[in-house]
Design a protein around this ligand. Structure first.
Ligand SMILES: *Cc1c(COP(=O)(O)O)cnc(C)c1O
Length: 422
């Protein structure tokens, strides 16, 4: 039997408890949506103000004279990100967005031949990844009907790695999969998938949107070819903050498919030659001038990750989701919720995914009760207790509120329909 006293005890024991005070928590709310938009930290706010000040005080000289010189910021943030994914500093660059970085990876490394011309994705991935892969196939005049292989899920929620291996034929050039599935929160076995793909001469790219800042990775050790991600979810970089990309060093020197002057060797860039000298690191895959105001929050935010370390974040995250699932089992047993995320630690990501036929209305009722979940059509409720700023007591309260909503059928006051943003 899980009790409120236990929640309070776990909070008192929590090594990371002080970090909550570094964040702006929306007043009187339980914020469980950090996997869609992470909250603002005081450090991120400070680094934005410092960026504005450097512009204010230095003008053009900010490129080299700012405390974090703008000219090198994308590389510098890449090296700050590297420990989060188990990469070398020069394998990571902060640039673009998830979608554009996937385009860059495919434009650069997908060279279809008459024999190898297919791309593997899965039927559960986020639409933007599928749109990008489809348009890249079309740019080579390849029909997605023939050349896009979608791995099926047996239950509509989870993927089986061996089903992925089974479609790795010698016609496949590249595999693009999520590390953590955005609905069920399943963590795929990236090491195994990469090993099997490489045995068959296939390149592997992972979308880390739901894993970076939430779970540990060893991309270099696993020998993953490429990865890409956004920074506004678990990394708390703010709405539209600049994305990131990992390019395994064995691919350094490849000519970027979408080339631009910021991909130049830094010493040569301002020679302004028409023959491009490509940077010999992941920086080569940048295009134009970096979005510095949208990169600035990451200076502060990533410093928190550096201080805490991914091991402690993952450890607390697993305890929070475990606590939430136990409470859901204990308190909501009679209300037809289905916990859809894997329960085993190894395959459980940073959020809990509940299904209920009244999910849309239940999410609205939760919001009215000052709990912020997110709804995933047609019937999913995502609840993400985030290690850096959520508490066990909040998890306890959330489940009590959910129970009350169900007991009183509060969801009947709302329409069972999603809003424009869900
Ligand atoms: C959030 C998310 C994206 C977002 O792509 P943007 O280019 O940042 O808008 C893409 N893929 C997945 C799997 C996501 O979860």
């Amino acid at each position: 039997m899980v009790t409120i006293d236990q929640a309070k005890y776990l909070d008192r024991q929590d090594e990371l408890q002080d970090y909550r005070h570094e964040f702006y928590i929306p007043k009187n709310r339980i914020y469980l949506d950090g996997n869609s938009l992470g909250l603002l930290s005081k450090r991120a706010e400070k680094s934005v103000v410092e960026m504005i000040d450097s512009w204010k005080n230095l003008g053009i000289d900010g490129w080299v004279d700012a405390e974090e010189p703008w000219f090198f910021l994308s590389e510098r943030l890449g090296s700050m990100t590297a420990p989060l994914i188990g990469a070398d500093p020069d394998e990571v660059i902060v640039t673009g967005s998830t979608t554009i970085n996937l385009h860059q990876i495919l434009a650069t490394f997908f060279h279809p031949s008459s024999k190898r011309n297919k791309i593997i994705v899965d039927e559960l991935n986020f639409p933007t990844d599928i749109y990008a892969v489809t348009s890249q196939l079309q740019s080579h005049r390849l029909d997605p009907e023939q050349h896009l292989i979608k791995v099926k899920s047996k239950d509509g929620h989870l993927l089986n790695e061996d089903d992925i291996v089974r479609v790795m034929t010698d016609e496949v050039a590249v595999i693009v999969l999520a590390s953590v599935l955005y609905r069920s929160g399943q963590v795929l076995d990236m090491e195994y998938i990469t090993k099997e793909a490489h045995k068959r001469g296939i390149l592997v790219a992972f979308d880390l949107c739901h894993s970076i800042g939430s779970i540990e990775h060893s991309l270099s050790k696993w020998n993953v070819d490429f990865a890409f991600w956004c920074t506004y979810k678990h990394l708390n970089g703010g709405p539209g903050s600049v994305g990131g990309m990992y390019i395994n060093r064995r691919h350094f020197g490849e000519k970027p498919g979408l080339a631009g002057w910021f991909g130049s060797d830094k010493d040569k860039q301002f020679d302004l030659e028409h023959d491009m000298t490509i940077a010999n690191n992941s920086g080569a895959f940048q295009t134009g001038t970096p979005h510095l105001l949208s990169a600035a929050p990451l200076i502060g935010s990533l410093s928190i990750f550096k201080e805490v370390g991914m091991e402690r974040i993952r450890e607390k995250s697993l305890r929070l989701t475990q606590f939430m699932i136990e409470l859901i089992d204990q308190e909501l047993g009679s209300y037809h919720f289905i916990v859809r995320n894997p329960r085993q630690e190894k395959t459980r990501g940073g959020h809990v995914f509940l299904e209920h036929e009244e999910a849309a209305r239940i999410c609205k009722a939760l919001k009215q009760n000052n709990v912020i979940p997110d709804f995933r059509a047609p019937n999913g409720i995502r609840l993400a207790p985030v290690a850096l700023y959520n508490t066990f007591t909040e998890v306890w309260e959330t489940v009590q509120i959910l129970k009350q909503i169900m007991e009183e059928k509060q969801y009947n006051h709302f329409e069972n329909k999603r809003d424009v943003i869900a």
